[in-house]
Design a protein around this ligand. Structure first.
Ligand SMILES: [Zn+2]
Ligand SMILES: [Zn+2]
Length: 415
């Protein structure tokens, strides 16, 4: 079922499923599109209303092909400019977060209580929609452009589902590109680097099973508190939080629970949640196995049972040198400032999985030094970044399939 959504059309608020109509009124207005998408905010894997709004818009931009239900609610819109030439894939995310924004005075605030676009994916979608508008009016002598609207990025599941979807197999991209807006940096600045751009990250849950007993007789049970404290110390000892170093690794405790607030009881169970991160998948795997081997020793010593579960794995984003060269050149052509990053971002981004399978790169787009941070309840995507994003992607396309191509996709020497 399509969830309810309210769009502001020609100054009137229209509720219900009326966003079906918005294309007739506001098809050329990207800010309205962004605000409509903002109102529809949906969680990872449940982006059906968002997909409907996007489809309405995209069908109007006359792509050669639209693939729906890609890896869930994903959409791929393709523009074909010739039989020869490379296929470039541009990817954005379509999911929102479980964060409420009822306290904000936005006219277009989320109509889904407790859900909102606090990572700016509404803006990223709008940038690709704006690119679709431009591509529908442009012709190149070669190449194919695929605009991918990917579901479920925040849970780290979407990229994997899209790549595993048989409908994706025919796309075969030669290069993949994406951007992410970045509060805390000068507005419109482009941030990029070769090699690792974002960390490999996973989440881990430990369930510790001891034996509860009367609080006056803890010796008759198995209280997990000392075991949890030892695991906590190991997590800290394995951490090397030096982002400039290749062997950076970080274990962050995110949630602990033990026993119950029942004062007659000595705790008999506990739970510990961590995120683990490193610059490469290999280093992350090494960190995981080292942590697990220490946990197993502690388990044995304390005579408790510990189960280990993993969730949300993000592959590290590895930026290809040629793709970064194109981004740098596109920045200069767009008359924007380029910042070559010294060390990667410590956050996880599931675009990483695309760069593990295809050459490509992600870059950051500054959202303003004082802008509320990503995932903060006060965050809202700055509308004036839309045109910058569209411009950057257009320059990238021009540099790869335009007459002044920088990259020779057949690996011939460039003249
Ligand atoms: Zn996010
Ligand atoms: Zn994001």
């Amino acid at each position: 079922m399509i969830s309810r959504c309210i769009a502001k059309i020609n100054g009137h608020q229209i509720s219900g499923d009326s966003y079906y109509l918005y294309e007739m009124h506001i098809e050329s207005d990207l800010e309205y599109l962004r605000h409509s998408l903002h109102q529809c905010a949906e969680l990872s894997g449940h982006e059906s209303a968002t997909a409907s709004v996007l489809l309405q818009f995209l069908k109007n931009q006359q792509p050669a092909e639209i693939i729906e239900n890609l890896g869930g609610q994903g959409i791929a819109a393709s523009y074909i400019f010739g039989n020869d030439g490379p296929t470039l894939l541009f990817r954005c995310e379509i999911d929102a977060l479980p964060i409420d924004e009822a306290h904000l005075s936005l006219k277009y605030k989320s109509q889904n209580a407790g859900r909102s676009h606090k990572c700016g994916h509404d803006g990223h979608m709008t940038i690709l929609a704006g690119l679709a508008q431009k591509l529908s009016q442009t012709s190149y002598g070669q190449g194919k452009i695929v605009l991918l609207f990917q579901p479920a990025e925040e849970t780290g599941e979407g990229a994997q589902r899209v790549l595993a979807d048989p409908k994706f197999k025919a796309i075969k991209p030669d290069y993949v590109f994406a951007l992410h807006n970045l509060p805390g940096y000068k507005k419109d600045i482009i941030l990029c680097k070769e090699g690792t751009f974002t960390a490999a990250v996973c989440s881990m849950i430990l369930k510790i099973q001891g034996v509860a007993s009367h609080a006056s007789e803890p010796e008759k049970g198995k209280n997990p508190s000392l075991c949890m404290s030892e695991i906590s110390k190991i997590a800290d000892a394995l951490t090397y939080n030096q982002p400039e170093h290749i062997n950076f690794q970080l274990i962050t405790p995110v949630y602990y629970r033990m026993g119950q607030p029942a004062y007659g009881m000595s705790a008999g169970d506990g739970e510990m949640h961590f995120t683990l991160r490193a610059w490469t998948s290999e280093n992350l795997d090494k960190l995981i196995s080292e942590f697990i081997s220490n946990i197993r020793d502690i388990e044995k010593k304390n005579k408790l049972k510990i189960s280990i579960e993993f969730l949300e794995r993000f592959a590290s984003t590895q930026n290809d040198a040629d793709a970064v060269r194109v981004i740098r050149e596109a920045t200069a052509k767009s008359k924007l400032e380029y910042h070559s990053m010294g060390s990667p971002f410590k956050f996880g981004e599931d675009f990483g999985l695309f760069t593990q399978n295809y050459p490509g790169a992600m870059f950051g787009l500054g959202a303003g030094p004082d802008h509320p941070p990503l995932h903060h309840r006060d965050y809202d995507f700055p509308d004036d970044l839309i045109n910058t994003g569209v411009q950057m992607f257009l320059e990238i396309i021009d540099l790869i399939i335009g007459p002044r191509a920088l990259i020779d996709f057949h690996n011939q020497p460039l003249v």
